[in-house]
Design a binder for this molecule. Structure first.
Ligand SMILES: [Zn+2]
Length: 174
């Protein structure tokens, strides 16, 4: 809702954000070519352009290799698009059958009901969140990602492996 002077406008705001950025100002950081000449300070300043609270709201952070490598199927075999689409459709169906909505839209009571952890995993997650100084919002989003990973595997319970994988997708340095 945006209010200016006498007017108020409500914009639709339920959307999925997909964004990309370079790892450093020149874009070559981490490449074996050694082309990147950015200093750690330059890299930090570049990344600080995105605020922590904004990054906090992006659930999956992934480092993607340069196209030439990423597109070579011989290097890293994965599911093709059609197979991936089927897995996603199955996972979404599981979510709707279980709770009537996608995991992303679970509210707090729904989260408590459908993202239960064993006591030992709960303690593990709490420790991880403290060590990484994750906000409560981050922890909730992480649980939803873990729930989705379990759904993609057609598994009822969230395991330590799902939690650890979900944790990998959180932003690392901020
Ligand atoms: Zn660079």
């Amino acid at each position: 809702m945006i209010s200016r002077a006498k007017d108020r406008v409500r914009f639709p705001a339920r959307f999925q954000l997909v964004a990309a950025m370079n790892p450093c100002p020149c874009g070559y950081l981490g490449e074996p070519s050694g082309k990147c000449s950015c200093t750690p300070d330059m890299v930090q300043r570049y990344r600080n352009k995105l605020s922590g609270p904004l990054l906090d709201r992006i659930d999956l952070h992934l480092t993607v290799a340069r196209e030439a490598t990423a597109l070579n199927p011989a290097l890293k075999p994965g599911d093709d698009t059609a197979t991936a689409a089927l897995l996603v459709a199955d996972a979404r169906e599981r979510q709707h059958k279980r709770q009537g909505c996608a995991n992303a839209f679970l509210d707090l009571p729904g989260l408590r009901k459908h993202c239960t952890l064993s006591t030992i995993d709960e303690t593990w997650l709490e420790t991880a969140c403290e060590r990484l100084t994750l906000s409560l919002r981050s922890a909730h989003r992480l649980l939803k990602v873990a729930r989705t990973l379990a759904d993609l595997e057609q598994v009822d319970g969230i395991t330590r492996g799902h939690l650890a994988e979900a944790l990998q997708y959180r932003p690392t340095s901020s």
